[in-house]
Design a protein around this ligand. Structure first.
Ligand code: T3D
Length: 261
């Protein structure tokens, strides 16, 4: 049987593919464990300087597998600790990864599946993609970081509307809302995501990691603390060969080459 999460690295780009297309890539326990391990693998893989997260088949990810969930409810296991055990670590692993993560959203992204996309740094969506918060549709509240990410992406009023009413947002509307960065025709999604990720993979990896860390820190701290965190991160960047070489390249009117360290 095929693995439910695939990992490949080509030319500095690590690609994680949710691979249960017959089940709309809905997340089972086995898949969540493999996904978490694969995200950690990509995060620590020096060969991957940027990461793509995508889905096989017609869906990106339909969120929690509701058949498995119904079995848990019937057996009296409730949520079976899955939010703390699986979803929280997965969301933190994506957001905390010190390299850029591009979600290539090939189809519907619902519930925790949409949360995975929103936790990424950039989203390229197929014109066939749809985003559905879905949680309240089954009497649940957002998880996997959606309460944190969604309002930062679209503002509180729109986030409240999307979470309370649960209506799906099509790709073009998602672009208008600032929920995604680009929309491309479905057959151009993979090359568009690879082109974007390859560009990032050829960039200053340490500085990109610092950009993510600075944005996340500043999102929940005051100016004085954010300034101090920026200073710490700038010290890290200042020590890299990439910074030294790029400064020299600028002064010599050359294009810099970034090695990622
Ligand atoms: O412990 C915990 O569970 C807590 C954690 C929760 C995290 C969450 O993610 S909660 C949210 C879970 N997800 C959903 O509620 C989404 C449910 N699915 C839908 O709303 C729709 O199916 C979609 C919007 C995703 C897609 O709609 P559409 O019209 O394109 O397809 P469809 O016909 O509804 O679904 C196609 C098939 O996929 C269908 O199966 P069938 O009839 O062909 O055998 C459907 O049952 C199945 N499917 C879709 N989503 C799920 C699913 N099967 C299991 N789990 C799913 N999440």
């Amino acid at each position: 049987m095929a693995e439910t999460v695939l990992y490949d690295v080509t030319d500095g780009v690590g690609t994680i593919t949710l691979n249960r297309p017959d089940g709309m890539n809905a997340l089972t326990v086995e898949m969540k464990e493999l996904l978490r391990a694969t995200i950690v693998r990509a995060a620590t893989d020096p060969a991957a300087r940027a990461v793509i997260l995508t889905g096989a088949g017609r869906a990106f990810c339909a969120g929690q597998d509701l058949r498995e969930h119904a079995d848990n409810l019937a057996a009296g296991r409730g949520l079976d600790g899955t939010v703390r055990k699986h979803y929280n670590p997965i969301a933190l692993a994506i957001a905390g990864m010190r390299k850029p993560v591009v979600a290539a959203v090939n189809g519907v992204a619902a519930g925790a599946g949409a949360s995975l996309a929103f936790a990424s740094d950039l989203i390229v969506a197929s014109d066939k993609a749809r985003f559905a918060t879905a949680f309240t549709g089954i009497g649940l509240a957002p998880d996997s970081g959606m309460s944190w990410t969604l309002q930062r992406l679209v503002g509180r009023a729109k986030a409240a509307e999307l979470l309370l009413l649960g209506e799906a947002v099509k790709a073009e509307e998602a672009l208008r809302l600032g929920l995604v960065n680009r929309v491309v025709p479905a057959d151009e999604l993979a090359p568009a995501a690879v082109e974007l990720a390859a560009r990032l993979a050829a960039g200053p990896t340490v500085a990109y990691g610092a950009v993510k860390a600075a944005l996340d820190f500043a999102a929940s701290h005051g100016l004085a603390s954010a300034l101090e965190r920026e200073a710490e991160l700038q010290d890290e960047c200042e020590k890299t060969d990439d910074h030294h070489n790029a400064t020299e390249a600028f002064l010599n009117k050359r294009q810099p080459t970034f090695e990622g360290h």
